[in-house]
Design a protein around this ligand. Structure first.
Ligand code: KG4
Ligand code: ZN
Length: 357
């Protein structure tokens, strides 16, 4: 029996400090030996959003302890680690620098290879932690910073089919929550409010629904929610607005995903039709059930990571590290932190006023 690689993954791109040890079984399926996450919600709550300097400070304070705990929980010894994988981008540079420098130093001290990981690639591959998943597949990545449809053709090969031209979906959830007086991070709370509300009470705009292929836009929704929220009187109105907002998102994603299916099929002519949804917003049960309905209608297999792997974590970083390690795609210790790092580096920048769709 050959020794299977043991990879330490480190994540610190935003407000979660995380470390994980991963290996694989004889069949080549990943095994998560430990997955430790420390969230900084309490640090940022009073400011209503992530404060980069405070986040970086919290990473510096926690990272040593988190990595030690991940190693201890895995039951392995430090010397057994074969490589260290750290998130190198995209994210907040002051935050990325903490996990990246720690990972490089750790790898250097063990004299083992270092792997610089794209955080979005972690989300993109996250369902592979628990399910067998063949390339190519269509990915909808919906997180706090990104909203994209991508054709995942193989490790490191991505073709963007659509993207948001303004806010990310998680951002739209968080901004709506703020307008309703919900504490940061509001996304999960909006889901809870929506369960108690009438989704047909308010009619909200669906920007670029009938144009722009599978590109997305959510900024107009925020303006509409702002106007309505000024006239809110009762708690029930808040529930109704949350429900109407979530329903609007579902209608947008249903229609845009259908378009993305066509574009994906044109792009790669896939043998299997597989649709993966990843990132923090993939945890939303109502969105998930609507997209599963669509997949059933369109004969797509749908895959969502388990809820604990939807948000930021280091198991997904270690997993990409494992895949890169097997291909010997090692990185040098001068690898930079990259605040911007698209999965499809050839895709055009599509944000802001004047964007042509
Ligand atoms: O992937 P993630 O943990 O971090 C980024 O890489 O951005 O995503 C965080 C985002 C936040 O905007 C959060 O409000 C949103 O995901 N989110 C949700 C839910 N859970 C997390 N949005 C809607 N419904 C949820 N249940
Ligand atoms: Zn993320």
């Amino acid at each position: 029996m050959s020794k299977k690689p043991l990879i330490l993954g480190i994540e610190s791109s935003c407000d979660e400090t995380a470390a994980s040890l991963i290996t694989e079984n004889e069949q080549g399926n990943p095994i998560v030996l430990s997955n430790v996450i420390s969230s900084q919600i309490d640090v940022h709550k009073e400011f209503g959003g992530v404060v980069p300097e405070l986040a970086a400070r919290a990473h510096i304070e926690k990272i040593d302890w988190i990595v030690k705990k991940a190693i201890k929980d895995s039951g392995k010894k430090i010397e057994e680690i074969d490589a260290v994988a750290s998130t190198a981008g995209p994210g907040l540079i002051v935050c990325l620098s903490v996990g990246l420098s720690f990972g490089k130093a750790f790898a250097a001290s063990l004299n083992k290879p270092f792997l610089a990981i794209n955080h979005l690639e972690g989300h993109a591959l996250s369902p592979k932690i628990v399910t067998k998943l063949n390339y190519p597949y269509l990915l909808l990545l919906i997180s706090g910073g990104h909203s994209q449809y991508l054709s995942v053709n193989e490790l490191g090969k991505y073709k963007r089919l659509g993207t948001t031209i303004d806010d990310a979906l998680g951002e739209a959830f968080d901004k709506t929550a703020k307008l309703l007086g919900i504490e940061f991070p509001g996304g999960p709370q909006i889901e809870k409010f929506a369960e108690k509300g009438d989704p047909d009470k308010y009619v909200l705009p669906k920007p670029i629904l009938n144009k722009g292929g599978c590109n997305l836009s959510f900024a107009g929704l925020k303006t509409a929610v702002l106007k309505i929220s000024k006239n809110i009187k009762k708690e029930q109105d808040k529930f109704d607005l949350a429900a109407s907002f979530q329903k609007t998102i579902e209608v947008i994603l249903y229609k845009k995903t259908k378009i993305a299916f066509d574009e994906f099929e044109k792009e790669v002519n896939p043998k299997e039709k597989i649709f993966v949804v990843a990132g923090g917003v993939a945890a939303n049960k109502s969105i998930k059930s609507k997209l599963i309905d669509l997949c059933k209608r369109e004969n797509y297999q749908s895959l969502f990571p388990p809820i604990e792997l939807c948000g930021d974590n280091a198991a997904m970083i270690a997993l990409v590290g494992l895949e890169k390690y097997k291909l010997k795609q090692f990185d040098n210790l001068d690898y930079p932190a990259k605040p911007r790092w698209q999965l499809d580096e050839d895709a055009a920048f599509l944000k802001g006023a004047g964007v042509k769709l």
